[in-house]
Write a protein that binds this ligand. Structure first.
Ligand SMILES: *Cc1c(COP(=O)(O)O)cnc(C)c1O
Length: 392
């Protein structure tokens, strides 16, 4: 069934991938397997299964039918060879870095990277003799000049989740592959629905499934999807070596969220564009950072490579006075003040404190607020923004 499903359109894949009703007595959803120990009927079977520990259930840490179903569904949507679940998005990212970098190696990371990823590079990788060079997210094919003999990995993320710069991923991937360098991408913003990483040259796609795949702000989960069997083997072996297993309930919740991802994302997308367009006309707003808007600097590349946009974008206030921004944020009633995003609810944060650049400047001309457009009525959200502007 799975090969048949993979050829369908994304909404159909989201509903049918990873389903094995015959294995679960007809139940539409896989049961939540709470398991550590697997029992074997005899020593011969035990020893034989030990030679292929990652096929089927051999030990709870290596996966259960619940996690296999989630991995199969995410993989089918991403269009990869096979996925590995991790306990959080950041765990999926560090798993990729751990798997491909050792003492003496070099990694290229976008300057617009999710900040905890940067912290890991500057702290843990550096302490272990692995050097990170940050690159301008607009570098494109120019990344070739930064590749050294010991460069093992390029880590891209597009758009950046605070500045929303789009990268030329096909050009970066082509330059990396010419030198035998693996390309990993944090694909959380677009989700597997709006960016097809493996068609654009990416080798490993990371999802912070905590965001849109879980979709209800009630579980943490990360996924690494691999382009081929060799990469999957490396990632799976490392996940096993590190002892990364995922919780049974969390895997179930992520799979449950994934089933409705396409319909939710359509609404997140539509509402975010409505809000962004409305914000552009406000006298208090200097700029809106949203690649789906026609005058956005990343729009052309976004149109070429992406098939949609999610609910996350930002806008720059004209004011440079933090008090104004704080007053605006404090006045919001429907937008919660909270990190993270991808749930059904609208959120807002002051973005500037999280924008940590080291090679390219970032001065958009005022203070930046990031919004997540939830599934509320768009008119109500606009009315909420309007009354909050009134408090400045
Ligand atoms: C939230 C986030 C992560 C990390 O996901 P967690 O599940 O919170 O660890 C990684 N990348 C991006 C772009 C994110 O927004």
């Amino acid at each position: 069934m799975s090969d048949l499903v993979r050829k369908k359109k994304p909404a159909t894949i989201a509903v049918h991938a990873g389903r094995a009703v015959e294995a679960h007595q007809g139940a539409v959803n896989p049961p939540v397997y709470h398991v550590s120990t697997i029992l074997y009927p005899d020593v011969a079977t035990m020893e034989e299964r030990g030679t292929r520990p990652f096929e089927g259930m051999t030990y709870g840490r290596f996966g259960t039918p619940t996690t296999f179903a989630l991995e199969e569904a995410v993989c089918a949507l991403e269009g990869g060879y096979r996925s590995v679940a991790a306990p959080s998005g950041l765990a999926a990212i560090t798993l990729v870095l751990e798997s491909f970098l050792k003492h003496g190696d070099h990694v290229l990371v976008t300057d617009s990277i999710y900040h905890p990823t940067r912290r890991y590079c500057d702290g843990h990788l550096k302490a272990n003799g692995i050097e990170t060079t940050y690159y301008d997210p607009l570098i494109g094919a120019g990344i070739a000049d930064l590749i050294r003999p010991n460069t093992k990995l390029v880590f891209v993320e597009a758009p950046g989740s605070l500045t929303f710069e789009i990268q030329d991923i096909p050009a970066i991937s082509a330059a990396a592959h010419k030198r035998g360098v693996v390309v990993a991408m944090d694909n959380t913003w677009a989700t597997p629905l709006f960016f097809k990483p493996f068609e654009k040259g990416v080798d490993l796609s990371v999802q912070a499934a905590t965001k849109y795949i879980v979709g209800h702000a009630d579980a943490m989960m990360g996924m690494v999807t691999c382009a081929n069997a060799d990469l999957w083997q490396i990632i799976k072996m490392r996940a096993a070596a590190l002892g990364l297993g995922v919780g049974a309930e969390e895997a179930y919740l992520a799979l449950r969220g994934l089933r409705t991802l396409p319909v939710r994302l359509e609404r997140h997308q539509e509402t975010a564009i409505l809000l962004a367009t409305w914000l552009k006309r406000r006298p208090e707003v200097l700029r809106v950072l949203h690649p789906a808007l026609q005058d956005d600097p990343g729009h052309k590349l976004w149109r070429r490579d992406f098939s949609g946009s999610c609910g996350l974008f930002a806008f720059v206030m004209k004011t440079k006075d933090k008090k104004d921004v704080d007053a605006f944020l404090d006045a919001l009633q429907l937008f919660g003040l909270g990190y993270s995003w991808g749930g059904f609810e609208s959120l807002a944060i002051p973005a500037d404190p999280g924008i940590k650049r080291t090679v390219t400047g970032w001065d958009p001309g005022g203070l930046t607020i990031r919004l997540h457009a939830g599934l509320e009525d768009a008119d109500d959200l606009i009315a909420d923004l309007e009354q909050a502007f009134g408090r400045i």
